[in-house]
Design a protein around this ligand. Sequence first.
Ligand code: ANZ
Length: 933
Amino acid sequence: MEYHFQDIERKWRKYWKENNTYRTVEDTQREKCYVLDMFPYPSGAGLHVGHPLGYIASDIYSRFKRMKGFNVLHPMGYDAFGLPAEQYAIQTGQHPAVTIEKNIERYREQMDLLGFSFDWDREVRTCDPAYYKWTQWIFIQLFHHWFNKDTGKAEPISTLITTFGQSGNQNVHASAGPVAKFDADQWKAMSEDEQRKILLNYRLAYLSEAVVNWCPELGTVLANDEVKDGRSERGGYPVVQKKMKQWSLRITAYAERLLQGLDEVDWSDALKEIQRNWIGKSHGANIFFHVEQSDARIQVFTTRPDTIFGATFMVLAPEHELVAKITTDDQKAEVENYIEQTSRKTERDRMANVKTVSGCFTGAYAINPFNNEKIPVWIADYVLAGYGTGAIMAVPSGDERDWRFAKHYNLNIVPVIEGQNVDECAEESKDGVLINSDFLNGMKVQEAIKTAIKKIEELGIGKGTINYKLRDAVFGRQRYWGEPIPVYYKNGIPYTADEDELPVVLPEITEYKPTESGEAPLARAKNWKYKGEFAYEQTTMPGWAGSSWYWLRYMDPGNENHLVASEKEKYWQQVDLYIGGSEHATGHLLYSRFWNHFLHDLGVVSHREPFKKLVNQGMILGVAHMVHFNPDTKTAYSYDLVKSGKHEGALITTYALIDHIQQEVLDTEAFKNWKPEMNDYTFVSNDAGEFLCESAVEKMSKSKFNVVSPDRNPETGKEGIVERYGADTLRLYEMFLGPLTIAKPWDTKGIEGTFRFLKKMWGLFYDRDGNVLLENGEATKDELKVLHKTIKKTEDDIERLSFNTAVSQFMICINELSDLKCNKRSILDPLIRLVAPFAPHIAEELWQTLGHKESICHAGFPVCDEAYLADDTVTYPVSFNGKTRFTVELPADLSPADIEKEVMAMESSAKWLDGKQPRKVIVVPGRIVNVVV
Ligand code: ANZ
């Protein structure tokens, strides 16, 4: 009987669904294992073969752990709020909920086809009010907590209010915005509104003026990665930097904890390093410089206080609040013009562009507190407003950017490190010895830094300090399709909705774009008022809100009274294995850790870190195909002709659809039908009559027309891998492509081999006529050895997530068993259990053939018996006076004396002894025999 994968896969999909095979319930008797995938944003394009790579890996791991007896939580859901559905809504008027529902259906269909063992009873959708009720709840908790640096934890705002009433804010060490000092009497004398304004500076969710990327045309704030070269990525509209009232979350309060938490988790070093750099901890000092003829003082942050004698000018960020105050009348026009120019650049552009130097003199001078020298104060966009103090002492001999600036504007450069040539470049290394630096002369840099800080503190002109690059996270978008922020305003002061009124449901509106007057779309909602009276907040939460805690909801998805019931959280605890893309290294993974740390402070979760082990799957790349053509003569040329210059005129390229390519050859008719604007083109083929395309490995993407769908493409109707070979083949093949974590091009050439492997395995159970070949005979030593070798390797490989090597071991094993003509139950029964996590459909079918009534999903994973692995014989190299002359195979359990006897009795030995007596015979059991003549 043939391997009818389509019938088999359909049958088992139905069985799993009807029997709810993957339903998971808490069971304190059993050890738990929580295996999580990054849930997808259901886009209109559906899944391509690159998407499920991580899902296949996590599915194999989950199935393996289940068979090892663990109680496995393996859920899936949808990150369903966000930009694409909303953009589509603006263009077409279709409600984003409708778009999303349709996309989810397609995703679900595709995931089901691939045989994933998700417990769908636990599905979550971030756009479901029953879910976002708890996203809003977390926001409310953030609003009502502050971060106490003394305890290193979040505490209720009520404790702060009590303290303020007793002793003001003098002794409070909080992560907070700028607040003046006050005592208890002053606090009590304030109105409620005034008090609330002060408290806003302490809340972990707070409203403040923040610089944002504002796109007037789109009427919204954009994230840094939505801006390219000062324009919006969508539409290409100008983007300006604007100070706006914005909700932010005080993630900076957790900077140190987020840094230290990295030591506890099993993540790749590369990923940890990305997070460390993003948090960006720097030790240094804040130092005050007086401005000449003014009461203004400029505070700088420097990591190199030791270089202060080389500070020959100062630079303020153009947005710095002192700029207006210190700029002289002469320089005013120029300074204002420069500020205007800077406002068009994003922070990222300013950091990335190190080549062009620009700046403007303010006309003011500051006094270097160490040598009383007068130094000019400039503004320049390489100094960022949001980092440190937004001002620097510039040391052109020690800092590359300062050096370039000094060269450009002809400013003084004073060397402070021995042996440096300041005409050439700055000396940034921290290895040298100081010169020209008074009391620091002769010291090594590290010692000089410490000494300088001590002196600065003694003189009362500054302090040693630590800075983090991490910024607070802007938490609002002028958009419709997101969670409403559960806030309303009274006298312009924000209040949160009562918890028992959650969720604050997203109101229906008829148009999804911002209003004509530039308000957020929610301003269109009619009668949308808190208690019918107070205006609600009109921005919605950013795309990352719902994904910052979703793994907790899977533990208890239906709970209406708690985010997660305590006993369930205590059972499932952390995610044991989290698999997802590396593009989330700083966004999602940092925000999630932040929220989890916060929820830990509230006592909602038992660990600070949410994800114990994390693995980034490598991207599957697509092959893009390009057609070269001359638009003037309307002629397209086969790529080999282009390469050898047999074409006319200047050529440009366009992508061809991958479906129209067979082995680099383009089906020109299909291509023309698909691209009607090239219908009247002449296609010049090569001598073989073929039209070749250029091919290049690129990211798999709709825009490159190189997307391979796992199943039938609903648009083109083209059959997918699943229809052609089955889901089991696709699963095995994706794993076989290479190590999980590396990027690899999609290449269907090898898929036949994987398919043949499954057919061969099938052939151990059935003959061509469909007769079952299974027999009950006792397994031979050879058969047992093949089996146990495979058990050992499979188990080790799955534990290490090395799935490609496990698949190749299966192939070796099936080949060896075929050679041995093995159809024995005692071998095939455990073998099929090994394969089950990888190819679950065929495994279920053959498991049934073996006579089992229950699903293979909960059958035990086979255990390796090392005794079968031992080799029966050893091949000894035999050498004479150190030279290997021949080899001999001897039983592994022979004693050294017997080995010597056997070897010396051999004809070959006689030949090499050539009649002489051996002086010594050295036997190393299991290794070699050496004869000294
Ligand atoms: C004087 C100096 C001398 C500096 C020297 C460096 C080398 P990290 O390690 O990134 O924290 N800086 C401070 N605030 C800045 C801002 N808002 N925008 C741009 N640059 C800023 O770097 C800290 C160093 O970057 C600081 O130390 C300061 O330059 C600069 F030989 O001060 B340094």
